[in-house]
Design a protein around this ligand. Structure first.
Ligand SMILES: *[C@@H]1O[C@H](CO)[C@@H](O)[C@H](O)[C@H]1NC(C)=O
Ligand SMILES: *[C@@H]1O[C@H](CO)[C@@H](O)[C@H](O)[C@H]1NC(C)=O
Length: 495
């Protein structure tokens, strides 16, 4: 039986800037500043001591010989400068600008708003100080649903922080790793979240955890998915001329849309739409498709799940035509979806999918296929090759940090108390000043904000036992074992 890498990927993301060289007496650390290789025509970047640039990405003037984004070269560069981010991804920051405008109207963010008590679980309070991430309070994130999400999000955020040589502002904030940042009745709490309803203006959207990876469902790394598709994806015209969808009906608010899709695709020659029964191993073995296998089809269907659907960003990576009902939940990139005009990059259907049959019959007509292909081309260029790259994700995180800072109504405190040095009366030794929380580097090893030194042996809660049980009761494939574990334990986690 294969062991599954459920415990998250250890970051390969820290761009250590230490240059080791040998002197007479042995190795020493160079004290000069390390400069990352820049593209030859890159505009000069502001140094660490340079003036702060406002969060807005839209008004930065560029030198004449402008740098240009190139997909193949830059897609995985998490360290693009702020100017390069604005050149490469000019339309990316709409949700940050919206959230900033909302706070400019409502008044600055207060420290009291960072209290995590309102959420119960799945919420993390954190601090960025001097380009270093600290976890202040990890609130109910150790169970199998929240644990991988919170860890993935912290890694993604830290990659964006540690890849830049620019000064980021000091901020303190909270994020929740729930499908929806706010529940009904949560009012207008201010936090970072993966999705929001249009009416939930107080939520600041961050990239969801699946942009790092979703190993629980077999998606080992977002960048790896993009590599697979770049390498093995068929030409649009060579794909199966069918509509593909797999999923469970056992979801929350998207249930009606999923039922509509099933109803209006039943028994159609163009349909490969199937429900999955996660409790039936035969069904999973026969019908589960990997994300890249979805891209073998000309047409993909998108439905909301509990709230937003975690697979949308993956499907948008296919050089295929995505058909979706109009969505209620917003993620940070949804404004880039266009359902008409020359920039059309998906096809919008009614929420009940009643217009699916005639739409797909029209899109699939041989005489129309080149027009249809243009929609897929637009999606490819807009999403996989630009706005949904790891490079864009890192740019978005930093814009979020800068945007938040611009309306932050307090100065984040780094020290636990007033920071006064004091002497221990008994020993006479100086008591060390203590910083709040735990640095990212420790947190991802210890998964705690405080621990004993030397540390005690730890067991990662009941996860191990539960996991063994789920694996033992299922057959060969790790992904389906994951699905069973998830469906048993984590109602939110259905893909
Ligand atoms: C949140 O709502 C309350 C009342 O419902 C209002 O007084 C307050 O200004 C709102 N806060 C923000 C930040 O929108
Ligand atoms: C399990 O799935 C298979 C394949 O889809 C199906 O033929 C079978 O009837 C299912 N069994 C149950 C108990 O639902």
């Amino acid at each position: 039986m294969r062991t599954v890498a459920l415990y998250g990927t250890i970051a390969g993301c820290i761009t250590a800037a230490l240059v080791l060289f040998t002197t007479q007496g042995g190795p020493a650390f160079a004290s000069h500043t390390y400069h990352r290789l820049q593209h030859p025509n890159a505009p000069p970047r502001p140094g660490r001591a340079g003036p702060q640039i406002s969060h807005s990405q839209s008004h930065i003037s560029l030198p004449k010989q402008a740098w240009k984004y190139e997909y193949k070269r830059d897609r995985r560069n998490s360290g693009l400068s702020e100017e390069q981010c604005s050149v490469a991804f000019p339309e990316l920051y709409k949700e940050v600008d919206r959230a900033v405008a909302y706070r400019q109207k409502r008044g600055k963010i207060s420290l009291e708003e960072l209290d995590v008590g309102w959420r119960g679980d799945g919420i993390v309070r954190a601090l960025i100080h001097d380009n270093q991430l600290y976890i202040i309070d990890a609130h109910g994130v150790s169970d199998p649903n929240h644990r991988p999400r919170s860890i993935a999000t912290l890694h993604a955020l830290n990659r964006a922080i540690s890849s830049t040589s620019e000064v980021l502002p000091n901020i303190e904030f909270t994020f929740t790793d729930h499908d929806s940042a706010l529940r009904e009745g949560d009012g207008n709490h201010t936090t970072w979240g993966y999705s929001r309803l249009a009416s939930q203006e107080s939520v600041w959207l961050m990239p969801d955890f699946g942009f790092w990876g979703w190993p629980d469902v077999g998606l080992r790394s977002y960048a790896e998915l993009q590599f697979f598709l770049d390498t093995i994806e068929d030409d649009f015209l060579d794909k199966f001329p069918k509509l593909v969808w797999r999923g469970s009906l056992n979801v929350g608010s998207g249930h009606d849309a999923r039922e509509g899709l099933l109803k209006h695709s039943a028994d159609q020659p163009w349909s490969d739409v199937q429900t999955l029964d996660w409790s039936n191993q035969t069904d999973i073995d026969q019908n589960l498709l990997s994300m890249q296998e979805h891209c073998d089809y000309m047409f993909t269907a998108q439905t909301e799940g509990n709230t937003y659907s975690g697979r949308l960003k993956y499907l948008l990576n296919c050089h295929s035509v995505l058909l979706s009902h109009s969505m209620q939940f917003v993620e940070h990139f949804h404004h880039l979806l266009h359902s008409s005009g020359p920039k059309q990059n998906y096809v919008k259907l009614k929420r009940d999918f009643s217009d699916l049959p005639h739409t797909i019959e029209s899109l699939g007509k041989p005489a129309k296929l080149l027009d249809t292909r243009r929609i897929a081309d637009n999606a490819l260029h807009t999403f996989r090759e630009r706005y949904l790259t790891p490079a864009a994700e890192a740019c978005y995180w930093r814009a979020l940090i800068r945007g938040w800072a611009s309306v932050q109504g307090f100065k984040p405190q780094v020290w636990e108390d007033s920071g006064e040095m004091a002497a221990d009366r008994r020993s006479g030794r100086k008591i060390q000043r203590k910083m709040r929380g735990a640095p990212f580097e420790s947190y991802v090893v210890m998964e705690a904000v405080e621990w004993d030194v030397p540390s005690k042996p730890r067991k990662l809660w009941k996860l191990e036992a539960t996991w063994k049980q789920a694996s033992a009761s299922s057959a060969s494939t790790s992904a389906s074992a994951n699905f069973i574990l998830l469906s048993a334990l984590a109602p939110e986690a259905h893909i």
